[in-house]
Design a protein around this ligand. Structure first.
Ligand code: SF4
Length: 284
């Protein structure tokens, strides 16, 4: 199946987002997800365009709100593979509360953060993931605020799948997203995706020099929570691969599923149109 809708992305040449878009298409192909059974929801930012470049269902939402939209879609159609995507500002500034609630809700949605540590669409402003001292038009003398560490935030709030990737390590990124989509619960994949136009610090070269590949560490066990937390602290979050996976926590939809068919008949979670109207009419 062809997951490319042949629309040419208008990202800057060299932008890390191209690699993530391609990875998503390869993931869909490897998992043989029918085009009509996949939904990509995005927020606002350069990253938000990714939903428009997939030959699947897509929804370009509003800033910081890709996750509530994605979870609503998944709740109403459990057969869809639902991917939410957004930038670091989308997920860790205006959308941070949605990220935290999605983590604790543990619904089967994969959230891909296209993390370039800057606001590219607004022409280079500091993001909540920019490092202290990072100079942009909004912080000409350098950022004074400590950056959020997305991996530690996710892990300390009970995430059941945490992966990280780098645009230049595409095979590892594809493998990580495949595992994230297959995970039974909420999965977050934080991808270091260089903004070649506005971030002249966190470049491809910078990441190559700083990132640690966890799949090359034979002693690393992503099911060990303490090991995952230690690795995030030790590397200052600069590691890629599957950082943590807990397969023992049931997803929200699984918990809502009745245990057998007879229970199913008593517990229809779908709001029919008539039922919906009857509720609305009570308040008229
Ligand atoms: Fe990519 Fe940066 Fe260009 Fe946006 S401004 S398309 S993030 S390189």
């Amino acid at each position: 199946k062809d997951y490319d809708n042949n629309i040419t992305p208008n990202w800057c040449p060299g932008c890390g987002h191209f690699s993530i878009q391609r990875a998503l298409q390869v993931v869909a192909s490897r998992l043989e997800i029918p085009n009509e059974k996949m939904m990509v929801v995005s927020g606002i930012g350069c990253s938000g365009r990714i939903s428009g470049y997939m030959n699947t269902y897509s929804f370009h939402g509003i800033h910081g709100r890709s996750l509530p939209i994605a979870q609503g879609i998944k709740a109403s159609n459990k057969d869809l593979t639902v991917i939410a995507a957004g930038g670091d500002g989308d997920g860790f500034a205006i959308g941070l509360s949605h990220t935290l609630h999605a983590i604790r809700r543990n619904m089967n949605v994969t959230y891909i953060v296209l993390n370039n540590q800057i606001y590219g669409l607004t022409k280079g402003h500091t993001s909540p993931l920019s490092e202290v001292g990072f100079q942009t038009k909004s912080t000409p003398t350098g950022s004074l605020e400590n950056p959020i560490r997305p991996g530690i935030v996710a892990l300390s709030n009970g995430i059941t799948f945490l992966g990280q990737g780098f645009s230049a390590y595409q095979e590892q990124l594809i493998d990580t997203i495949v595992k994230a989509v297959q995970h039974d619960g909420f999965s977050l994949v934080n991808v270091f995706s260089p903004c070649v136009t506005y971030n002249k610090i966190n470049t491809y070269q910078w990441f190559r020099e700083h990132l640690v590949k966890l799949d090359e560490d034979e002693g690393y066990n992503p099911q060990d929570y303490q090991m995952a937390m230690n690795k995030l602290i030790e590397t200052d979050g600069l590691c890629t691969g599957i950082i943590y996976q807990n397969e023992g926590t049931p997803s929200l939809l699984e918990q809502l599923q009745p245990k057998d068919a007879s229970a199913l008949s008593k517990m229809d979670l779908q709001l029919s149109k008539d039922h919906f109207n009857s509720i609305i009419n009570q308040y008229r």
